[in-house]
Design a protein around this ligand. Sequence first.
Ligand code: COA
Length: 390
Amino acid sequence: MVTMNVRVAGVGMTPFGKHEDRMGRDLFADAATEAIADAGVDHEAVDEVFFGNFMGEFAEVQGHSGPLAAESAGVPAPSTRIESACASSGAAVRQGVNRLRVGDADVVLVGGAERMTNLSTAEATEALAAAADAAWEIRPGITFPGAYSLMANAYFDQYGGTREDLAHVAVKNHANAVENDLAQFQKAIDVDDVLGAPTVSSPFGLYDCSPISDGASAAVLVSESYAEEHGLETPVAITGTGQGTDSLALMARESMTRTPAAEQAAEAAYADAGIEPGDVDFAEVHDCFTVAEVLALEALGFYETGEAISAAREGETTADGDLPVNLSGGLKAKGHPVGATGGAQISEMTKLMRGDHVNSDAVSDATVGVTHNAGGTVASAVVHVLEVVE
Ligand code: COA
């Protein structure tokens, strides 16, 4: 297998939240323009574009968004939409990494965009539900807060844990977002706020859920040789990539409390990078609901199954803990425009590693980070390993 490292030359991201006057294409144009300028490459240098988007047909009656993304970015290159529900742009990043590794390209533009807040909450909920199994979940009426609440209740039954444990995940991620101007919620909350919020789907209240968001993310990835030839400053490399798959429907799985797609993705990414879970200094994980962060930490091998529930409460994953998780604010507080989320993890982690993120001080000695991006109830998952290389 080819193991050439891929360099992150530039990143960009719109603020996540409500963008009433902007279409998905406008949001991606902003993120891509920033990433291309940050990379210091010409638009014409981009060999290929991989663009993540999940619900364009629902939100904007817009399909065929691969070429539209390239057009919006002003990049005259082949461009393909990658769809893997909430893991769409994580999968787009992976396509770009693989394209560079086989030597078919020197410069790729990857990322994604989603427009959601132009829909009502009911409409957005219905659109998001398309990531579930149409025959066995959507027709009976499942929603994503409902599906993840089944997983949370199964976890409590099997391993213990309380709503309060989960509340600490939300409190931590909101705290991390307070100074992040790109985050949807720059608002600190406490455990009482979480426990006292209106119920969405038991055991989840409002603050256990990621919000409905608009936004876009982008990154310019280059081959090592291109970076060297063109004198680009690229201190961050993507050294490992992995992807996994599971049954779409929860009912078809052996366990509702494990996420094997993420376990496969992590195992592959770690082997690719030649690292172990213990080498990882910090992580950006897919906390679409508070319990999802717990399941992610176990799938990534940081905790044994059934043991990550108390990680946030014990301060192990807070900004000053041994393993800071979601220093960006995560999906919970940074926001979750689904097709943009995986790319945003790369953007935020790159800045955290370069030292130009507002929370960089929390990881000033870190050299290895991991991103975990999940689709649906983790029927798809993409994991990337990022390392500081110079
Ligand atoms: N966390 C914190 N605050 C939130 C929030 C969230 N997830 N969602 C909304 N809010 C805030 C809003 O900012 C607003 O605050 P304000 O009154 O100060 O302006 C208030 O709560 C009401 O917002 P509204 O949009 O009317 O909420 P809602 O009840 O219609 O929707 C949820 C709330 C949780 C149902 C919605 O955000 C949701 O469906 N989230 C899950 C999205 C999802 O499933 N994503 C895919 C994951 S796989």
